[in-house]
Design a protein around this ligand. Sequence first.
Ligand code: GDP
Length: 242
Amino acid sequence: MAIAEPAEIPAEIFPARLVDPDLVEVGRRLFAREARFITGTAEASALPRDNLPEVAFAGRSNVGKSSLLNALTGRRALARTSNTPGRTRQINFFDLDARLMLVDLPGYGYAEAPRTEIGRWTALLRRYLETRTALRRVCVLVDSRHGIKEIDHPLMRLLDASGVSYQIVLTKTDKVGSGELALIAERTAAELATHPAAHPEIHLTSALERRGIAALRASLGSFALSADRGGAGATAIEYAPR
Ligand code: GDP
């Protein structure tokens, strides 16, 4: 009988590495729990308390952020909440099993966005990044067909300046061949090396084909409160604005 190999999740992380099967299982269980919409706000003064470790998702509009959030949480419409008119320019908060806060940051790069709106968005984001002490990681989503673009630079500069740890998650990998994907990943890694707050690891995902989802769950799950500190039995958490 063959000896069980360590769980390798091929082509889900660049540079490729083995993912601890225990972490995959922890991530799977965590993301199988209910993600509860807490609030959406465009006002820095109305941000909920940050009493849970937090991971945030950002990217230009249409990058596949809603699809990825839905794939991660196994829900069809979790992030539709964020895509409904009026909510797209807000920061939306989802509590995952009272152990991790998932934060959907507004998409940027709307061609038609007026300058005043871009200014408001930047101010809100800056305030968010400066004040969230529980923010552990920002996933910056980038379309794998294009790699990091000029449009992503203001966000990356803001993250570097605020010292918030961030990582690139390539989306829609089903749309590129493996050779092209490897090239984009290498180019992306080379660019990340020049950004002080960027994590060197890149996640390669396809919400459509559910690639890279298990590895990303494993990676983000490591920021969650452990099951015995949070979860169903934990003390109810207050989300009143501070
Ligand atoms: P958002 O604006 O960043 O929230 O992007 P959406 O999740 O709404 O996706 C934008 C478009 O890309 C939609 O047409 C999705 O169906 C498509 N899309 C999202 N993820 C994937 C993916 O993994 N593969 C492919 N082929 N298309 C995707």
